[in-house]
Every structure is written in C-alpha cells, then in structure tokens.
Design a protein around this ligand. Sequence first.
Ligand code: PAF
Length: 292
Amino acid sequence: MDIAVVGAGSLGSLLGGMLAREHDVTLVGREPHVGTVQREGLDVVGVESFRVDPAARTDVPDSADLAIVAVKSGDTAAAADALADCALDACLSVQNGIGNEETLAASLSCPVLAGTCTYGARLDGPGRVDFTGRGEVVLGPRAGGESAIADEVGAAFRAAGVETTVAADMPTRLWEKLAVNAAVNATTALARVENGALADGPGRELAADAARETARVARKAGIDLSDDRAVSLTERVVRDTAANRSSMLQDVAAGRRTEIDAINGYVADRAAGRAPVNETLTRLIRLWEARD
Ligand code: PAF
C-alpha cells in the first residue's frame, strides 16, 4: 500500500516507520527531521529497534492509497486543506480529540476513517524516534458500522506488525480515548511525570476523576460509556505506557502549544460547569500557554 503520513512527529514517525517495514511510506513533516530521514533513513529505537528508509518531504504528495493524519488537533484544518488536492482512496485520523474526522471529511472526497492509537513514541532528534510503549490502533468508519476499506487498512497495518483492531463502534471508541487523554495528558504535563506515575497515589485519583467526568459528558452525548469502563481503560493505558511521556508532557517540555482545547477543554465546555477537574486542568494548562 502507498501510504502518506501527514504529521511526522513522534506518533506519526513511529507508525510510519512500522508501516515502512511492509509498505511504501512517505513521511510528511518538518525540517530538520525530513532532511535527515531523506539522507540517513529513520531509526526506531526501544520496544522494537529497526531502521527503515521511507520517503520524506515537507509537503503532501499528489496521490496515495491512504493518508494517515497524525498532526495535532489544532492543525487538522490545515492538514485537510493540504490534502484536498491529493488523490486518495482513504484517509485515517489517528489524532487525539473528537471532531477531527468531520473536519477532514469536509475537504476530502474519499472515505475518512476514525482511529485511535495508544502506542507510545517520542521524537528523540532528527531521524530518530523512541518506541516507548506497545499499544494498539483501533480504526473503522467514523460513523460506526463496517466497510471494506477499513478492513483493507486494518489488514495492511497488521501485515506491518502494528497491533490493530477494526471496530464497528468508532464513535464510542473516540470517547473512550478522550477519557484516557483527559485523565493522562494534562495531569502528566502539569506534574512533569511519565504515564506510569498515575498507577497509584494522588495521580491515580486525579486521573480517575477526569476520566469519570468525561464518561458523564459522553453519556449526555448518547455514548454508552460507564464511569468504571473509563477508569479501567485509563488504568490499562497507564500500565501499558508506563514509561511514556504523554504527548502533552512532550509539548510542554518543548515549549509548544498543547492539545488542551481538544481534550480537557472540550470536556469542560460540554459539561457546562459540571466537570470541575477537567476545567481546572484546562485553566492550568492555558495559564502555562499564556506565559511570555
Ligand atoms: O497523547 C498521548 O500521549 C497518548 O494518546 C496516550 C495514549 C495517552 C499515551 O501517552
């Protein structure tokens, strides 16, 4: 399969690197990462270590069988614009947050699949990505149900050794992932700790409260997500990615804007005053973002 990965940051580079073991992959990212991959290939180091030679560029190619969108949720509209003229059979979002698929679908004429990903990754420097936690990709039609293209993409991922489930209930899966991100990302970013620090003690309680509030908002939106399931999914991801620095912690450490608006901010807005933990986490991260 000819695959373009739009957003070759930590996760995009890890997924693109794994897929390049089996498929023709083009990483679309920024310099100096792109130039280093062009010259020297991509080193994946950690849970699995290997070297691959995907193509790399800073702009979107004219065509691909599949575009995987892995940009930050604040950059989805720009990615949709950039992909509008690319001839595609399908597009898959593996981003955090809710609503990315709708933004992509508004600009693209191909089917847009929804996806979640719990693999842990950290861009360690140009041309090198740390594989910090084995996880899973779950993908399927964005409105739920089944489709041949989702099955085909799932088979292509599995053939490259990416743990993948093709699911008929992506709307629920996206809210489950939102609960995990709401529990883990801002908490670890503010406390400057790895995901595993939320396995017990005060971090565990705080994460569980944020997950429960998200489940409550999900149920209001008609999604069948119990408090217990939101908490147990969070505990599983914390266990499986214990050594991972969450994407928000990586953003804060690098001085970058975070995805707070698409995660805890989204939950707090929807809860209209009934999600105090998500609201507080959002305010603290926004306070940090507003620094000079
Ligand atoms: O955003 C992240 O960091 C990841 O989605 C996850 C699953 C929380 C693991 O760190």
